[in-house]
Design a binder for this molecule. Structure first.
Ligand code: AHR
Length: 507
C-alpha cells in the first residue's frame, strides 16, 4: 500500500460555510447578455428575459450568493445608468473589456434574478470612476427604508421594499495596472476606510469587503492591517492555469498558501491593534474577537491568453481542468475556517462551468466537481486528516508568479484529499483527487471508531484522456458515475490515475 487516509470525526478544523459555493456574474462577453438573460430569445426565456435553462443549471450548483456586476467592469460602471425605464437607459462605452454596455440589465433586474434564483446579491462598488456619493446613493437605493431621494427612486421604479443587500465589495482589483482608477496601497487604505465609515453611517447592517490582491502581495501586507477595524471581510483573487497537467492541478496549492498567509496577516493586524499605540481608538471587545475572514471572490482555472477578456473569455475546459477545480475545492474545504465566502469566476460563458448558444447549453468538465462539493460539503465539519501520499517533485509555476508555490508549500501530495463529517446524516464525505497522470493510488482508508463494514456511495469522475471535453455535440463525454459499494474499514481503495472520487461513507 502506497497511500493512506486516516479520518477521525473528532478532529474538526472548522465549519464549511455554505457561501464557499457562491458565484460571480460580470458584464463581460456573454455572461449577462446571452447567459443570464437572452432578450428576444423567447424559446428559452421567461417573461423577464431570464434564461430558464441557465437558471436550472445554476440552481443545481446551489450558489447561496452571487457577486455582480464586476470585476473590472465595475470600475467604470455608473449604476444609475441601469435603473428606470429600459428604453431611456444610456448605452455607454465600457472601459474594462472595450465593449458597449446597453444597461438593459441593471440593479433591479439583477435583484429580480436573485429572487427568482433564491440567491443573495453581493454588489461591488465602483472605486475607479465612481465617487463616494454615488456609492452611498446605491446603498440607499438598495437598502433605504425612509422617505429619502434614492429610496424613493427605487419605489418609483416599482420596488417598494428595500432589497437589504448585505455584502458590498469596496472596489475591485484596484491594485491592477489594467484597472480604471488604479491606486497605491496607501491611497486605497485611506480611501477604503473613509468609504467604510460613511457607508456604515448610512447603513450599519451592511458587511463590507475590503479589496485585497492575491493574499501574499505587499498590497495585502499593508491593506489587511489598515482595514482590519473598518471592514468586515478581506477579499483575495487568484486564477491558475497551465497546459501542463501537473502545473494545472498543483497550482491551486498557491491558493492554500494565500489563505494561510492572509489569515496570519489578519491575526497580526489584531495583535498590532492591541499592542501598538498608533491607533487612537482601542479595539472594542467585538473587534478583539474578530477573525477578519476571507472572501475569495474570484477563483478558477483561467488562461487569459487562450481565453482573453476582450473576446469574451470563453474557455473550453478539459478533464485536467475539471481535476484542477476539484483541487481548488479541496483547498477551500481544508481551509474552511478562514473563509466567509468564495466565488467561482464566473458562472456562464465567461470562464464558466456552463456554456450557452441560442438553442441550449452544455456543462463543462469543471461543472461536476463544483456540483458534488456544493451538494455534499455545505455546513459539514471540515476534518483534519492524516494523509500519506507520494509527493510531486516537479515544477508547478509558470504563470502569474506562482513559482513560489513549490518552495513554500511542502504539501504537493499527488493524492489531494479533503473531508467533512455531516452529523445530521452520520456520514463522512471524502474528496480525493489523484493528480498522478499515470499511477493508480492503492490507498488504505481508516476511520476511527467506525464499524468493520461500511456502506459507501461513490461518485467516480474519470476519463482516460485528460484532454477530453464536453461540447454541444457531445455534452456527456465527461460525467461522474455514481455507484454503491461496501468496503471494510482499514482496507484498500483504488483511486485511478488522474481522477476525482467522492466517497460518502455511512457511519
Ligand atoms: O473574472 C475576470 C476578471 O478577472 C475580473 O473582471 C477581474 O476582477 C479579474 O482580473
Amino acid at each position: 500500500v502506497g497511500s493512506e487516509i486516516k479520518i477521525d470525526k473528532e478532529f474538526v478544523t472548522g465549519e464549511v460555510a455554505p457561501n464557499i459555493f457562491a458565484g460571480f456574474l460580470e458584464h463581460l462577453g456573454r455572461c449577462i447578455y446571452g447567459g443570464i438573460v437572452d432578450y428576444g430569445n423567447t424559446k428559452l426565456t421567461n417573461d423577464k428575459g431570464f434564461r430558464t435553462d441557465v437558471a436550472e443549471a445554476i440552481k443545481e450548483l446551489d450558489m447561496p450568493v452571487m457577486r455582480w456586476p464586476g470585476g473590472n467592469f465595475v470600475s467604470s460602471y455608473h449604476w444609475l445608468d441601469g435603473v428606470g425605464p429600459v428604453d431611456q437607459r444610456p448605452k455607454r462605452p465600457e472601459l474594462a473589456w472595450l465593449n458597449t454596455e446597453s444597461n438593459e440589465f441593471g440593479t433591479d433586474e439583477f435583484m429580480q434574478w436573485c429572487e427568482y434564483m433564491g440567491t443573495e446579491p453581493y454588489l461591488c462598488l465602483n472605486m475607479g470612476t465612481g465617487t463616494l456619493d454615488e456609492a452611498l446613493a446605491w446603498v440607499e437605493y438598495c437598502n433605504g427604508d425612509k422617505d429619502t431621494y434614492y429610496a424613493n427612486l427605487r419605489r418609483k421604479n416599482g420596488r417598494e421594499k428595500p432589497y437589504n443587500v448585505k455584502y458590498w465589495g469596496v472596489g475591485n482589483e484596484v491594485w491592477g495596472p489594467w484597472q480604471v482608477g488604479q491606486m497605491t496601497k496607501e491611497n486605497y487604505a485611506l480611501k477604503a476606510a473613509q468609504w467604510a465609515k460613511a457607508i456604515k453611517l448610512l447603513d450599519p447592517t451592511v458587511k463590507l469587503v475590503a479589496c485585497g490582491c492575491n493574499g501574499v502581495d505587499e498590497w495585502d501586507q499593508h491593506v489587511v492591517g489598515e482595514t482590519f477595524t473598518t471592514h468586515d471581510f478581506y477579499s483575495i483573487h487568484l486564477y491558475t492555469t497551465s497546459q501542463d497537467h501537473y502545473k494545472n492541478v498543483f497550482q491551486p496549492a498557491g491558493a492554500e498558501t494565500a489563505i494561510q498567509v492572509t489569515s496570519k496577516l489578519a491575526e497580526l493586524a489584531k495583535i498590532t491593534n492591541m499592542t501598538n499605540k498608533k491607533f487612537l481608538v482601542p479595539l472594542t471587545e467585538e473587534q478583539k474577537k474578530k477573525e477578519y475572514k476571507i472572501v475569495f471572490d474570484e477563483w478558477n482555472v483561467w488562461d487569459p491568453i487562450r481565453a482573453d477578456g476582450e473576446h469574451g473569455a470563453e474557455q473550453q475546459y478539459d478533464f485536467s481542468d475539471g481535476l484542477a477545480v476539484a483541487s481548488w475545492l479541496n483547498v477551500f474545504i481544508r481551509q474552511a475556517k478562514y473563509l466567509e465566502m468564495t466565488n467561482i469566476a464566473q458562472c456562464v460563458n465567461v470562464i464558466a462551468p456552463i456554456m450557452t448558444n441560442k438553442d441550449g447549453l452544455f456543462k463543462q468538465t469543471t461543472y461536476y466537481p463544483f456540483q458534488l462539493f456544493s451538494k455534499y460539503f455545505k455546513n459539514g465539519q471540515s476534518l483534519n486528516l492524516s494523509v500519506k501520499s507520494p509527493i510531486y517533485k516537479g515544477d508547478v509555476g509558470d504563470f502569474i508568479g506562482l513559482e513560489w508555490v513549490k518552495y513554500v508549500d511542502t504539501s504537493l501530495a499527488l493524492l489531494d484529499v479533503s473531508a467533512v463529517y455531516q452529523p445530521a446524516e452520520k456520514a463522512y464525505y471524502v474528496a480525493v483527487v489523484n493528480r498522478s497522470e499515470d499511477e493508480d493510488a492503492e490507498t488504505k482508508i481508516s476511520i476511527a471508531d467506525a464499524a468493520d463494514s461500511l456502506n459507501v456511495t461513490e461518485w467516480a469522475y474519470y476519463h482516460e484522456n485528460i484532454r477530453a471535453i464536453n461540447t454541444f455535440e457531445k455534452p456527456n463525454e465527461v460525467v461522474p458515475k455514481e455507484s454503491k459499494v461496501t468496503i471494510s474499514n482499514n482496507s484498500t481503495y483504488k483511486f485511478p490515475k488522474h481522477s476525482f472520487t467522492l466517497l460518502k461513507i455511512q457511519e
